[in-house]
Design a protein around this ligand. Structure first.
Ligand SMILES: [Zn+2]
Length: 225
């Protein structure tokens, strides 16, 4: 697990070079946003210790396997010391509800862990505000850090190769588009993130973007053609 500071409050953790999770610093320790793939609990806990705290909360951008992969193992290791927060609609999908017509794209592994909180837009997770961002999955959310207006965009954008909206074909990372549930909604969500005028954009796959406005505009324009 590779750990790289992005801002004083944000550490990017990367597995296999292209799957990210994030540590968000709070007064009581860290919120871990996403968990990468299976088998990474010890590495994620160690990364938090190296960064100077405990994982207090696990907040998920969406229910796909490359984001919830180590959730059960983390919950086993951390027990009641950690609170698990999942976007409401994706939590309902994981609970076995049929929330949309037809088969959902992307990997939805079976989870033992039942989230303590089902997140809704506008909710707060420490310093983070939950932003509605459906499209890549039906319940996908992004997180706005209200301290510095950095945005954790999950899979609404990817930045491998160049920044793209996840619904747009990215030759360097085709997985994001093929795993996307609704392209039009993803594009709408990309515009909603742009409207937040973020100072920093970090994503599930690829590196961070400082002052991302122009790059987001270009990606939105390509995806909207
Ligand atoms: Zn992903």
């Amino acid at each position: 697990m590779k750990a790289r500071p992005v801002t004083p409050n944000l550490v990017r953790l990367t597995r296999l070079g292209f799957v990210n999770a994030y540590l968000v610093r709070e007064d009581d320790g860290f919120t871990l946003v996403d968990t990468t793939i299976k088998g990474q609990a010890d590495a994620l806990i160690a990364a938090a210790h190296d960064a100077g705290g405990e994982i207090r909360r696990i907040a998920l951008t969406h229910g796909h396997g490359d984001h919830v992969g180590s959730l059960d193992q983390l919950k086993q290791r951390l027990g009641d010391a950690v609170e698990v927060l999942m976007p409401e609609t994706d939590a309902r999908i994981h609970a076995g509800e049929q929330v949309v017509e037809g088969k959902l794209p992307g990997g939805w592994p079976k989870l033992q862990t039942v989230p303590d909180v089902r997140l809704r837009p506008g909710d707060r997770v420490g310093s983070l505000e939950v932003v509605a961002n459906p499209g890549h999955t039906p319940g996908h959310v992004a997180f706005l850090d209200t301290r510095d207006r950095s945005v954790i965009a999950g899979d609404t954008f990817t930045t491998i190769g160049r920044p793209e909206v996840a619904s747009h074909r990215n030759l360097r990372f085709p997985l994001a588009a093929t795993a996307t549930w609704d392209g039009a909604k993803t594009l709408e969500s990309a515009r909603a993130l742009r409207a937040l005028d973020p100072t920093m954009l970090v994503v599930g796959h690829g590196g961070p973007l400082h002052d991302p406005g122009a790059a987001m505009d270009a990606a939105i324009a390509r995806a909207g053609r």
